[in-house]
Design a protein around this ligand. Structure first.
Ligand code: FE2
Length: 211
């Protein structure tokens, strides 16, 4: 298979012991990882295999549907890996991200208020909340997406929160606010700091200036 058609993505294991989260059960996080994330990886491979068979005879509506699903599954894979990667910590925010959030929002508590409110805006529905670094400006941006495909075009995810009900229903029912509390106490801020450093270097190479 030509590299452009891929079809060989593999599931990245959970980067923490699934028994170790505080207030999020092993059963929930393992189900989320295996079924929702694992399903996206499997489906991305299948879509890529279908895309490899496209030729000039393929009906345009078939190509359009495959392209739509390709983006859905690719972003689902990327965002789920970022989500699991920013869990497993002690929730204590420190270092460069704390400084950057304070500069951007005056206090990092104000950013947290905004991020949580954005999550609540998706509660009972589905989607993602992402704190990202915008490559072309170097600025921090909090964005919401009602599905896998409404992503800020040049944003590198720093902190990702799933707001699909499969991320909390099993443990919290419809109480999205309780899930937000549990999410925040398990954030791995050291990983967020590593992402921030890489994103700032990428933005500088891109020619972005904070603003
Ligand atoms: Fe998910």
């Amino acid at each position: 298979m030509a590299p452009a058609f891929g079809g060989a993505h593999v599931v990245v294991p959970l980067p923490f012991n699934p028994k170790s989260l505080n207030g999020i059960s092993e059963r929930l996080i393992v189900s989320h990882h295996e079924n929702n994330y694992g399903g996206a990886v499997k489906n991305l491979n299948r879509v890529e295999q279908e895309l490899s068979r496209i030729n000039r005879e393929t009906p345009p509506f078939v190509v359009a549907a495959l392209r739509d699903k390709e983006l859905t599954f690719r972003n689902s894979k990327t965002l789920h890996e970022a989500y699991f990667g920013n869990l497993g910590g002690d929730g204590r925010r420190a270092g460069a991200i704390e400084t950057a959030l304070t500069q951007a929002y005056e206090t990092s508590a104000r950013w947290e208020e905004h991020f949580r409110a954005t999550g609540m805006g998706l509660g009972g529905g589905s989607g993602w909340v992402v704190l990202g670094l915008e490559l072309d400006t170097g600025a921090l941006r909090t964005t919401a997406s009602g599905n896998h495909t409404q992503i800020l075009a040049t944003s590198i995810p720093l902190l990702v929160m799933v707001m699909y009900e499969h991320a909390y229903q099993m443990d919290f029912g419809a109480a999205a606010a309780k899930y937000l509390d549990a999410f925040f106490v398990n954030i791995q801020w050291e990983e967020v700091n590593r992402r921030l450093e890489r994103a700032q270097r990428a933005s500088a190479a891109w020619g972005g200036a904070a603003g």
